[in-house]
Every structure is written in C-alpha cells, then in structure tokens.
Design a protein around this ligand. Structure first.
Ligand code: ZN
Length: 311
C-alpha cells in the first residue's frame, strides 16, 4: 500500500461506515451473518500454519496486523510471502535504495511479529499486471505445499474498486493456488521432490474498498502488537507522513505532531488506530478488523457421519 492507497482506503472505510453491523447481503441476494471472532483461551491453533501473502510490506500490518498477532498468540506458525519488490514506496530514495530499505523493513516486520519465515518473490512494484498469472500461481502452489499452509491472509480477489494491479493480481493468484495446491496432477514433479499436494482450507480476505464482510476479528487485546507491526514498515510510513505534510503545506497548514521524531506513531494512531476503532464501534468492540472469511467445506459432513464405516 502506498500513500495514495491509504487515502483511497480511508475513503472506502467511510463508505463502509454505513453498512449494517449484523448482516450483509451478498451478490446473490442472500443474507450472510457476521461472525465475531474473539480472543481464544490457550493455543487452540497449535500445529496450524498461516501465510500472509501480499504484494507490499505494509498491506498485512495495516489491514490484518491484529489478526496476525492474535493467530500467533493462539498457536499458529506464520510465514510472510511478499510478491512485489516495493521499489516505488519511499520518500526521496532512488528505486534501488527503496528496494533495499523495504527489504530491511520486511526483516524488521518478520522479527517484530515472530514469524517463522518469509519469502520475497520480487516482482516489480506497480507492474504485476504484466506477470504471468500461471507463474505466480505456480510459485504459490509450491510454497503452500512446502510449508503445509492451512490458512491464508490476503487481499480479497472479489473486492470492489481496487486500483492497484499488484493487489488484485496477487489476490487472484492466491485464491486459485489455494485449491489447486491440493491437485495431484498439478505440478506432479513436486511429488518427485518429496512435496505432496496440500490444499489451503481457510482464507481471511481483506479489502481497501467495499467487500462482503462475514468475519470480524476482535483485536482489542493485540493493539500494541499491531502498532509495532505497522511501525516496522518504517520507509512506507515515513512516505505517508511526508506526503501528508506536503499536501498540508500546499494548503498553508501544518500539524506539529507530524513533524518530530514521534510523527510515525502519531500518524499510525490517526490513520489506522482510529479506523480500527471505527470498525469496532460498528460491532460493539473496542477495535476490530473485517474480513471475508472462507472456511473448510463442510457440505458432506452429515452424509459422512451417516454413511462412513470404520476401515
Ligand atoms: Zn499495497
């Protein structure tokens, strides 16, 4: 996400503010209930693996940083797959220096959150609509199988009014890779290398614009972890602050709190913590993140319970 993304996201958030808290109507006209996911006791997700898959370093921390912190606290092992090289997101650095700065910030995010691994696929920032979807999908299928990913967090491939090609290209590849990774005839050479088919069964999709929301995660217990996650994106947050300050100067204004060493923290509070609080108010929570959640397929559970016999 870059500065322009943030302002677009803020606008989208305002558009969504009037959405009903209890339910939304999907494109087929069916009413979908909203599940509130609260903090769980202990480590119920021990043994499960999630992958955050986004083109840009700051996408995950901004839209799902609380949910990521909650998942890790509740036992998940986490990986980060960054599909672009983030070469366009800095204030005043060259392209090459921007790649390096964001690479270092990615390492800081990885360490701050306590993730187990991260992978940079390094496609050129803002040019991902020129990437062969089959190549990106194939790389994700390999990683989903290798890491035995149960759950992904990514952009909603069906989110509306998304202007950044990196976002929707990555999202579409993620969605297809999740089920295709389970197919034994897709990339059969993986099996020869000892890597077995493995499909991803849970998805948490976030969006900058309107989307179908059916899962709200209470992040009130991990607000500090989310703040640290966002602040680890040092180069990108600095870019947002510099751009906001220059737009204020153009209007002959300034915000003193956005000019000192505490400017990044002030900006994160104003831009993102206020937004999370606003989402929370819609659901009677102190702070929350919204998702379209797709879980495991239970359509045959009743039939299996009725019909299955022990081997
Ligand atoms: Zn982004």
């Amino acid at each position: 996400m870059d500065r322009r993304d943030f302002f677009s996201g803020a606008l989208a958030g305002a558009m969504l503010a009037g959405a009903p808290a209890a339910a939304q109507t999907d494109v087929a006209g069916d009413t979908q209930s909203v599940t509130i996911e609260r903090a769980a006791e202990g480590r119920p997700h021990e043994g499960k693996v999630f992958a955050l898959v986004t083109p840009h370093l700051d996408d995950g921390p901004i839209f799902a940083g609380g949910t990521i912190a909650k998942m890790l606290r509740e036992g998940y092992t986490g990986y980060f797959i960054r599909t672009s090289n983030d070469e366009k997101d800095s204030a005043g650095l060259s392209l090459g220096a921007t790649v390096l700065a964001n690479e270092k910030d990615t390492a800081l995010f990885f360490k701050t959150m306590g993730l187990k691994g991260s992978f940079d696929l390094s496609y050129r920032n803002h040019r991902m609509d020129d990437v062969a979807r089959t190549e990106l999908r194939g790389r994700l299928i390999f990683l989903f199988r290798l890491l035995k990913v149960n759950t992904v967090l990514s952009y909603d491939p069906w989110g509306h009014y998304e202007e950044n090609p990196d976002h929707y290209v990555t999202a579409q590849a993620v969605e297809a890779a999740c089920w295709m990774a389970g197919g034994s005839l897709d990339f059969p050479e993986h099996r020869a290398a000892g890597i077995q088919p493995h499909s991803v069964s849970e998805k948490y999709y976030f969006a900058r614009g309107p989307q179908l929301v059916n899962r709200v995660v209470d992040i009130s217990g991990v607000v500090e972890q989310k703040r640290r996650a966002i602040l680890s994106c040092r180069t990108m947050i600095e870019h947002m602050v510099v751009d906001l300050n220059s737009s204020l100067r153009a209007r002959n204004q300034r915000i003193p709190a956005l000019e000192g060493p505490d400017a990044p923290a002030e900006f994160v509070k104003a831009a993102f913590e206020e937004r999370d609080a606003a989402i929370g108010r819609r659901h009677n929570l102190p702070a929350a993140e919204e998702f379209h959640y797709i879980g495991p397929d239970h359509s045959l559970d009743a039939y299996i319970t009725k019909s299955a016999v022990t081997l």
